[in-house]
Design a protein around this ligand. Structure first.
Ligand code: PPE
Length: 303
């Protein structure tokens, strides 16, 4: 990642290199932070941030779930995110807000520990590679179970991402691009940083939130777009064997956008290349975020 110019930290733009934390920060020791990932796109009408208030609302929900007091409102965070893009002269990019317990005392109980909120932005290309977006990626069903009821699957908590990291490192070491994790009940849950969709017989399936997956904003977007396009979209649990028999599989997320899966555990999915529903989802998503769609203009927050 190349250095940017400024990072927003509790109401102020500080030079990128000065946005540091102390080694005794609570969040560093216990993972006590909540975060978001948001993308801004270049459009004909200027830069647009995709579903910005939805992301900031989820940040608030994550913080409330963890009882981390947030000092900034959704509106203030929304303005701050735009300020960060402008200060870094970015007309597109990835925005990373985080709120975490910093200094004031160690020990698991955060007593008198300051909460720091910051927002950074930088250029971030295809999360799973340009080649993955074009031809599909190879995934492995992970030996690591998704954390599920051991913590809060609906909250984007920093500490919980060690679960994702273990699965991701394992998959990449074994020569795959990404891991698919099963939830507490043994059904398919999600990728390490993406939701999952399965297409079978023209019907689009995605696990329900009860499977322990994140309530992804891209998941919601893709469900909406494919539904409007005439596809039947159902939230339904499915198992590992259903992955092997799928006609198409795709992963969705802010960073990953819509990424086709061409192989699971060395078994080709469908014809071993992205199928028509996945291609359609990619096209609809690209049209929407680049401001070329007729519907859902309200999801674009122009600067
Ligand atoms: N599941 C997980 C576990 C997850 O981290 C993400 C986002 C999603 C689903 C999709 O959620 P949404 O972005 O609202 O559609 N992962 C973020 C962080 C990735 C990272 O490596 O950091 C992201 O895509 O920004």
């Amino acid at each position: 990642m190349a250095d940017g110019k400024f990072i927003w930290r509790d109401g102020q733009l500080v030079p990128w290199g000065d946005a540091t934390v102390h080694v005794l920060s609570h969040a560093l020791h216990y993972g006590s932070g909540v975060f978001e990932g948001i993308r801004a796109y270049r459009t004909e009408k200027g830069t647009a941030v995709f579903r910005l208030p939805d992301h900031m609302r989820r940040l608030h929900r994550s913080a409330e779930a963890c009882r981390i007091p947030l000092e900034w409102t959704v509106e203030q965070l929304r303005a701050a995110a735009k300020e960060v893009l402008a200060a870094n002269e970015l007309d597109s990019g990835y925005i990373r807000p985080i709120a975490f317990y910093e200094t004031g005392g160690l020990g698991v109980l955060p007593r008198n520990v300051r909460v720091v909120t910051m927002i950074a932005a930088w250029q971030w290309g295809a999360y799973l590679g340009d080649d993955g977006v074009r031809h599909g990626i190879r995934v492995k069903v992970s030996p690591w179970q998704r954390f599920g009821r051991a913590t809060l699957p609906q909250a984007k908590v920093t500490g919980a991402y060690i679960n994702s990291m273990l699965a991701k490192v394992d998959a990449v070491q074994a020569g795959y691009d990404e891991a698919i994790m099963l939830g507490n009940e043994g059904t398919v849950c999600e990728g390490t940083g993406e939701n999952i969709f399965l297409v079978k017989g023209g019907v689009v399936h995605t696990p329900p939130l009860s499977a322990g997956c994140l309530d992804g904003i891209t998941r919601d977007t893709v469900m909406t777009l494919l539904g409007e396009d005439g596809y039947r979209v159902v939230e339904q649990d499915f198992g590992r064997e259903d992955l092997y028999q799928a006609d198409e599989l795709m992963l969705t997320g802010t960073a990953a956008e819509v990424t086709p899966v061409r192989e699971v555990d060395d078994r080709p999915i469908g014809k071993g290349r992205p199928g028509p529903v996945t291609r359609r989802a990619q096209a609809l998503y690209a049209e929407l975020v680049s401001g070329r769609a007729d519907e859902h203009g309200g999801w674009l927050d122009y600067i």
